[in-house]
Design a protein around this ligand. Structure first.
Ligand code: HEM
Ligand SMILES: *[C@@H]1O[C@H](CO)[C@@H](O)[C@H](O)[C@H]1NC(C)=O
Ligand SMILES: *[C@@H]1O[C@H](CO)[C@@H](O)[C@H](O)[C@H]1NC(C)=O
Length: 493
């Protein structure tokens, strides 16, 4: 047996060896990184962009831009052209906006890993479909896809109908010709819809003055976003110990407790077949742990309510500024569904033509998901450049949708445009495309359509106000609100 003294003597030697090993490893990593960086730099040297500063890259330029990060990237595209390069620290982000390049990226079946900008969603969304990759993602996607089959969509349309009544009540109280911000009403509607379809729970948030659940959800979303662009908040050991990190943790716990409570309830009272959660719990074939299910439910709650509310609110915004379009749209609605608000079915919603055009044109100008990004595991050959593995690619949908060759006068809202996909089928990508496209696209379109039909049957929308402050807080956001006026189409007794 060693004595205490011998052990003490060997400590400095062990420490020395440990330090040598650590230094050796560090220099190996550094040399490797240099080599890697040299390759990346070599490949990217011809792509134009703002000159980076050492260590921080272009982050300061973006985060101090007076008009906000989104405007900074828009102006970069205007200045440097359809492919541009931006550095966050030592990480290169190549922004692509040409439909040919976008198609190459989204059709690529090997480069499906999301970039670091999604990392800060992971504490919340875990290994859910939006953030995961590789086999985990593949297996989950395959199991979840059937939840969007015709039978389920028909049930979901019933929920869209049911939740609309509360929304129409709330809008009625605003339809006195005074200007109001439509977003808070729409977002509560889509939240009621998503809680019922994903968890089978009628929260009736629309009937409440204040909802702690909604407040928690908004806080978690806002803090996740703040973290993306502020590298000081990146390390967990800093973030977790700051007030903002504690607020995040508190709110996330509330959301998760809520969901776990619902799961436990379902396990005791039994399942039905009306929500995603019921399907995941019954069809999991042993593939899904409780944590997996929690992650997927949180992912649906996030991906399924903010995006649709943003889409609906911006469509209303476009209609509030274009009386001619609204008139034509109302005529189609009246001809198809009558003037009275009634129950819409899945089949009803297949027969709209002009409505589809209005929705698409509005989502062209205001894509709820304005940018998506990947990190390359393999080199990617674009039309004019080869992007090296390790590089980040930002598919900038907002500017893809403003290509003046495909959309003449791109800033003009005109639902009668020639179908852009006839010119290039990646020219419109609001729901992304390829393997990682939006799994909820059909669900979203049905929800958007049924909600708009009901609003237009009851109200005339006018007096829209131009949105000058537009930001990308994970989804496209108008922080100052989406203001308009409404009046009833006819006086009901
Ligand atoms: C107007 C509404 C919507 C828009 C514009 C939209 C857009 C998108 C986009 C652009 C992506 C790709 C994201 C990326 O590559 O990082 C995506 C993915 C996704 N969306 Fe949607 N979405 C909408 C509604 C919905 C709804 C209602 C749900 C669920 C009920 C949903 C669930 C998802 C999921 C789970 C993914 C990840 C798919 C995967 O990677 O396998 N989305 N969506
Ligand atoms: C909707 O109406 C309910 C009940 O009148 C009310 O408590 C709630 O604050 C309203 N919501 C909004 C966003 O105006
Ligand atoms: C590729 O380069 C050619 C010639 O410089 C240019 O006309 C074309 O628009 C570029 N394509 C893309 C996708 O950037």
């Amino acid at each position: 047996m060693r004595t205490a003294k011998q052990t003490l003597q060997s400590v400095p030697i062990m420490l020395f060896i440990l330090i040598v090993i650590i230094l050796g490893l560090l220099s190996l990593i550094l040399v490797n990184r240099r080599k890697n960086n040299r390759r990346i730099n070599e490949y990217l040297k011809d792509i134009p962009g703002p000159s980076p500063l050492p260590i921080v890259g272009n982050s300061i330029g973006a985060s101090t831009y007076s008009k906000g990060v989104l405007r900074y990237f828009i102006d970069n595209v205007k200045k440097y052209g359809k492919t541009s390069l931006f550095w966050i620290g030592s990480n290169p982000y190549v922004f692509i906006t040409d439909p040919k390049d976008v198609e190459i990226l989204l059709k690529d079946t090997k480069n499906i890993r999301k970039s670091r900008t999604y990392d800060f969603l992971v504490p919340w969304l875990g290994g859910g479909l939006v953030t995961s990759t590789g086999d985990h993602w593949r297996v989950h996607r395959k199991i979840i896809r059937p939840s969007f089959n015709l039978n389920m969509l028909e049930k979901f349309v019933q929920v869209f109908n049911d939740c609309s009544d509360d929304m129409l009540e709330n809008l009625t109280s605003k339809s006195d010709g005074e200007r109001f911000d439509v977003f808070p009403i729409i977002v509560r509607h889509t939240l009621d819809v998503i809680t019922e379809t994903s968890m089978g729970l009628q929260m009736r948030i629309q009937r409440q003055e204040k909802s702690p659940y909604l407040t928690a959800l908004e806080s978690v979303k806002k803090i996740s976003f703040t973290r993306v662009w502020n590298s000081l908040l990146h390390p967990d050991w800093i973030f977790d110990n700051m007030a903002i990190g504690k607020e995040f943790k508190r709110n996330l716990e509330m959301i998760n407790d809520h969901c776990m409570k619902v799961i436990k309830e379902k396990q005791t009272i039994g399942l039905n077949d009306k929500s995603f959660l019921d399907i995941l719990l019954s069809e999991n074939q042993g593939e899904f742990s409780i944590k997996d299910i929690l992650d997927e439910v949180n992912t649906f709650m996030f991906a399924g309510h903010d995006t649709t509310s943003t889409a609906i609110a911006f469509i209303l915004h476009c209609l509030s500024l274009h009386a001619d379009v609204q008139k034509k749209l109302y005529e189609e609605i009246e001809a198809n569904f009558g003037a009275e608000v009634g129950t819409l079915t899945y089949r009803d919603l297949q027969s709209t033509v002009y409505l589809d055009r209005v929705i698409k044109e509005s989502m062209r100008l205001f894509p709820p998901v304005a940018s998506i990004s990947r990190v390359l595991d393999y080199d990617l050959e674009l039309t004019n450049a080869t992007l090296p593995a390790g590089c980040y690619v930002e598919c900038f949908i907002y500017m893809l949708h403003r290509n003046s060759k495909i959309y003449p006068d791109p800033e003009v809202f005109n639902p009668d445009r020639v179908d852009a996909e006839d010119q290039h089928h990646a020219a419109f990508a609001a729901f992304s495309a390829g393997l990682r496209n939006c799994i909820g696209q059909k669900y979203a379109m049905l929800e958007i359509k049924s909600t708009l039909i009901k609003i237009l049957q009851r109200f005339e929308i006018y007096g829209g106000e131009t949105i000058s402050n537009l930001q990308n807080y994970v989804v496209l956001t108008a922080p100052d609100g989406i203001w308009m006026k409404m009046k009833p189409r006819r006086i009901t007794s």
